[in-house]
Design a protein around this ligand. Structure first.
Ligand code: UDP
Length: 467
C-alpha cells in the first residue's frame, strides 16, 4: 500500500495541542503523511513548528470557527472563564462535524486520531470506514482508575467529602476522597456535562483503540490492567516531548515565551546543580491572589532558589517586600515559560506542578522529583501515581478539585514538601528514583524500545485495517 495518511484532531487546549504536534512530527518522521486540524485562533500553536520542520510535510487545516458557530471565546479551553461555560464549548466543537466529513471525503485518510472530547468523531470515522483512535492526553493509571470509579462508584459508600475510600479492582491499594474527584463524575443528575462524560465513554468503547502519551516501564501494572482486564486495544508511544528533540520547538511549545530563552537560561546557568525549584501550573489552572501570596511565602520559607511561572492579570499580588527579600534567589516569569528547556537544565532540582499529564511526563523525562499540587481534572490521580507508585514526588496536600481560583494550601505545607525533595534525608532517594525513570524514558523511545515498537505496531495496525 502507498503512504499512510493520518488526520489529527486535537481539543483546543495547550495540553492537548502540544502533544498532538509532537505526535504528528513523530509519525511524519516515520514516513507517514500527517494532517492536523484546528481553528484559526490556534493556528499559531502549530504553524511555526510546522514551517521550521517543512521537510516533514505536515499539513495544517483550519476550520473556520465562526462559520461553524464556534464563538471566539470558545475556541480555546483556557479562554473559557468558568466551568458553567464548558458545555457551550463542547457543543460548539461538535458543530465542526460537517466540515470534518467534507475533509475526509476529499482526502480519504487511513485513520482519524481525535481527542476524547470529540466523541462524535467515532461516528464520522465509521461513516467512511476508517479507524478512529482516541487520544486522551493522560496515562494508563488515570484512565484505569477513572474506569473503576465509574463502574463501581466507591464514592457513594462514604458519608463525607473527606472520608477515604479505596478504588476497587485496581493494582495496588489506591485511596481517594470525594473532594479530589470531578463533580461531573459523581453526579447522578442529567446535566449537559454528565451527558458529555457518558458520550465520551460510549464513543471510546466503540473506537478502534487508544493512543497513550506514556511508556510501558512507567506504569507497567496499569498497562497490563488496561489491556488485559479492561480489554482495550492501545499503543504507548511516549513520552512525546522526549521524542521531539528540536530545541527550537521545545523553547516555543506553541506560545511565545514572556522571557527571552537565552536570558532565562543564563539565569539558570548561574546556579548550582539541582539547586532550583521550578514552579508552574500549566495553561488552565487559576489561583486566587491569597493563594499566590501563600505560595510566595512557602517558597521563601523553603530557602531554595526558584523559577516561578505565574499567570495572573493582577498587578499587586506579591506579599510586601517579597521581591527584595528573595533578590537573586528567584526568577518570576509572567505568562508562558520554555518549560521543557528549564526542566532539562541540570540546575533544576525539583518541579512544583499541578500534575497535568504533560507536565508530569516532562518532569519524569527530565529526571526531576516532583512536588505535587493537583488542582482539577485527573491531576489528583496523577499525583497518586507519582507519590505512591513511583515514589518520585512529595504532595503539598491539596484536597479540593477546583478548576478556577484554587486555594487552601498553607505555606508550611509548601515549604515542607519542597524541603522533603530538595534537602531532607529522603531527598537522595527521590532524586535517584527520578533519575532511574528518566533513563527508562530515554530507552523507551530509542529504536527497539517499548514506545518505539509501540509506534511501529500502531502504524502496522492502521495499514492492516486499510488493506
Ligand atoms: N507549558 C509551557 N510553558 C508554560 C506553561 C505550560 O511550555 O508556561 C506547557 C507544558 O510544558 C506542557 C503544557 O504546556 O507541555 C501543559 O500541559 P499540562 O498537561 O501539563 O497541563 P494543562 O495546561 O493541560 O493543565
Amino acid at each position: 500500500m502507498g503512504q499512510l495518511h493520518i488526520f489529527f484532531f486535537p481539543m483546543m487546549a495547550q495540553g492537548h495541542m502540544i502533544p498532538t504536534l509532537d505526535m504528528a512530527k513523530l509519525v511524519a518522521s516515520r514516513g507517514v503523511k500527517a494532517t492536523i486540524i484546528t481553528t484559526p485562533l490556534n493556528e499559531s500553536v502549530f504553524s511555526k513548528v510546522i514551517q521550521r520542520n517543512k521537510n516533514l510535510g505536515i499539513r495544517l487545516i483550519k476550520f473556520p470557527a465562526v462559520e461553524n458557530d464556534l464563538p471566539e471565546d470558545c475556541e480555546r479551553l483556557d479562554l473559557i472563564p468558568s466551568d458553567d461555560k464548558l458545555p457551550n464549548f463542547f457543543k460548539a466543537a461538535a458543530t465542526m462535524q460537517e466540515s470534518l466529513e467534507q475533509l475526509i471525503q476529499e482526502c480519504r485518510p487511513n485513520c482519524l486520531v481525535s481527542d476524547m472530547f470529540f466523541p462524535w468523531t467515532t461516528d464520522t470515522a465509521a461513516k467512511f470506514n476508517i479507524p478512529r483512535i482516541v487520544f486522551h492526553g493522560t496515562g494508563y493509571f488515570a484512565l484505569s482508575a477513572v474506569d473503576s470509579l465509574r463502574l463501581n462508584k466507591p464514592f457513594k459508600n462514604v458519608s463525607s467529602d473527606s472520608e477515604t475510600f479505596v478504588v476497587p479492582n485496581l493494582p495496588h491499594e489506591i485511596k481517594l476522597t470525594r473532594s479530589k474527584l470531578s463533580p461531573f463524575e459523581q453526579s447522578d443528575e442529567e446535566s449537559v456535562m454528565s451527558q458529555m462524560v457518558k458520550a465520551v465513554r460510549d464513543a471510546d468503547s466503540k473506537s478502534y483503540g487508544v493512543i497513550f502519551n506514556s511508556f510501558y516501564e512507567l506504569e507497567p501494572d496499569y498497562v497490563e490492567h488496561y489491556t488485559k482486564v479492561l480489554g482495550r486495544k492501545n499503543w504507548a508511544i511516549g513520552p512525546l516531548s522526549l521524542c521531539n528533540r528540536d530545541i527550537e520547538d521545545k523553547a516555543e511549545r506553541g506560545k511565545k515565551s514572556s522571557i527571552d530563552k537565552h536570558e532565562c537560561l543564563k539565569w539558570i546557568d548561574s546556579k548550582k546543580s539541582s539547586s532550583i525549584v521550578y514552579v508552574c501550573f500549566g495553561s488552565v489552572a487559576n489561583f486566587t491572589t491569597s493563594q499566590l501570596q501563600e505560595l510566595a511565602l512557602g517558597l521563601e520559607a523553603s530557602g531554595q532558589d526558584f523559577i516561578w511561572v505565574v499567570r495572573t492579570d493582577n498587578e499587586d499580588w506579591l506579599p510586601k517586600g517579597f521581591e527584595e527579600r528573595t533578590k537573586g534567589k528567584g526568577l518570576i516569569i509572567r505568562g508562558w515559560a520554555p518549560q521543557v528547556l528549564i526542566l532539562d537544565h541540570e540546575s533544576v532540582g525539583a518541579f512544583v506542578t499541578h500534575c497535568g499529564w504533560n507536565s508530569t511526563l516532562e518532569g519524569i523525562s527530565a529526571g526531576v522529583p516532583l512536588v505535587t499540587w493537583p488542582v482539577f481534572a485527573e491531576q489528583f490521580l496523577n499525583e497518586k501515581l507519582v507519590t505512591e507508585i513511583m515514589r518520585t514526588g512529595a504532595a503539598v496536600g491539596s484536597v479540593q478539585w477546583k478548576r478556577s481560583a484554587s486555594e487552601g494550601v498553607k505555606r508550611e505545607a509548601i515549604a515542607n514538601a519542597i524541603k522533603r525533595v530538595m534537602v531532607s534525608e529522603e531527598a537522595e532517594g527521590f532524586r535517584n528514583r527520578a533519575k532511574a525513570y528518566k533513563e527508562l524514558a530515554r530507552q523507551a523511545i530509542e529504536e527497539g524500545g517499548s514506545s518505539y515498537s509501540g509506534l511501529t505496531t500502531l502504524l502496522q495496525d492502521i495499514s492492516t485495517y486499510s488493506s
